[in-house]
Design a protein around this ligand. Structure first.
Ligand SMILES: Nc1ncnc2c1ncn2[C@@H]1O[C@H](COP(=O)(O)OP(=O)(O)OP(=O)(O)O)[C@@H](O)[C@H]1O
Ligand SMILES: [Mg+2]
Length: 368
């Protein structure tokens, strides 16, 4: 057995509580071999002794099949790469008063990231959280439309922007600054500076959670984010088509590389829900050959799959992260968004509103 083989074995060990292995986390500093003796040098800054113990136990278990003596040495200097959340030193001052930062991302455009981000933010407010929502889509900001906002943010005396307040949360978008009509073509470096400014020069105050609505893809902005910010995790939005999934993988792999946990996958536009009403004592109707019941008040609800289903499930299994939920294609979601009041704000008790509320609750509990 050489070092490479040992590392391969160590890759089978996940850091407790994470779906990521100790090697890709950068926790394995060195491996030294001496006959039938192996020493694994770890670099773990976490103060959590139970987790360190668990890692040591797993290493001993995995390597004792191949070596007579297995020793593990742990040091706690600053790791080479970003360590898991709980083990990091105090949060970067850039967003010091924000407990959790969650990025909503997708490899492909138009899958419903902004809609998901806005609805989750509304859901979290309803669940009593102090929420910030930051639209980082500099090329095509959506927050002004989704929240029906068309105001300029005020500036403090020390030249910090004061985020707008809407639906009980703090919101900021490039769209508030630029005016909605101007198409913005910026070069990469400027985009990343702009992104940084959104954290540094906006008076966010204390927040339980900040939701970032990312532009699609894996470009400069995502890189800046992961370099400048300590993110609690990323949520990947996908649609059921396989073609979109190939793009999702790219996004997920990027977060993996920079050690940002992927908290889960949301399958959006997953099937079509039609809700309607008929007059005059009809008890059932037929749609696409399917018999649909009509209730006593004449209302009916019909769900149909538009694409091959199960994409989100497959992808989430591959990534080893939960499928956080499936949101159907719904004209209610679309019209609520286009009218400037997200559905979860307008009608939290509806079946669709409940889907967002459940996802938000699961997300928050996975963080706390
Ligand atoms: N579940 C849904 N049912 C119906 N329409 C939806 C749903 N989710 C999003 N939409 C609609 O799809 C369109 C695109 O959604 P959205 O802007 O949220 O996507 P996006 O991923 O943020 O796009 P971009 O990549 O351009 O930022 C919008 O018109 C939105 O109202
Ligand atoms: Mg968007």
């Amino acid at each position: 057995m050489n070092k490479e083989h040992v590392l391969d074995h160590l890759k089978s060990i996940n850091y407790p509580g994470f779906s990521r292995d100790i090697v890709s986390f950068g926790m394995v500093k060195d491996v030294s071999l001496d006959g039938d003796r192996v020493t694994v040098h770890l670099n773990i800054t976490s103060q959590n002794e139970a987790k360190k113990e668990a890692v040591i136990k797993s290493i001993e278990k995995v390597l004792s099949e191949h070596f007579k003596t297995v020793s593990v040495e742990i040091s706690g200097d600053a790791p080479r790469q970003a360590p898991p959340i709980e083990s990091q030193s105090p949060p970067a001052p850039i967003l010091g008063n924000v407990k959790h930062v969650i990025a909503v991302a997708s490899g492909k455009g138009g899958v419903g990231k902004s809609t998901v981000a806005a609805n989750l933010a509304c859901a979290m407010v309803k669940q009593g959280k102090k929420v910030g929502l930051l639209d980082l889509d500099i090329y095509g900001p959506s927050l002004p439309i989704i929240f029906g906002l068309n105001e300029q943010p005020q500036m403090t005396q020390d030249k910090k922007l004061i985020p707008l307040e809407k639906f009980g949360m703090k919101v900021m978008s490039f769209g508030f600054i630029s005016g909605n009509e101007t198409p913005v073509i910026w070069r990469g470096p400027l985009v990343s500076r702009m992104t940084e400014q959104f954290f540094r020069d906006v008076q966010w105050g204390e927040l339980d959670v900040m939701i970032l609505d990312l532009p699609p893809g894996t470009g400069d902005i995502q890189l800046t984010l992961t370099q400048k910010l300590r993110m609690s995790g990323a949520v990947i939005v996908t649609t059921p088509q396989d073609i979109a999934l190939a793009d999702v993988r790219k996004g997920a792999d990027m977060f993996r590389k920079v050690n940002t946990p992927v908290l889960g996958v949301i399958e959006n536009m997953s099937g079509l829900v039609i809700e309607g009403a008929v007059d005059g004592g009809i008890s059932s109707i037929t749609i696409n050959g399917e018999n649909i019941e009509v209730d006593s008040s004449g209302k009916f609800r019909f769900k149909m799959d538009l694409f091959k289903t199960g994409g989100g499930k497959k992808e989430s299994e591959r990534l080893g992260v939960p499928l956080l939920g499936k949101i159907p294609f719904s004209t209610e979601i679309m019209s609520a968004t286009d009218a400037g009041v997200p559905l979860t704000q307008k009608d939290p008790d509806s079946p669709l509103g409940q889907i967002y509320l459940n996802i938000a609750r699961d997300l928050m509990s996975s963080l706390d």
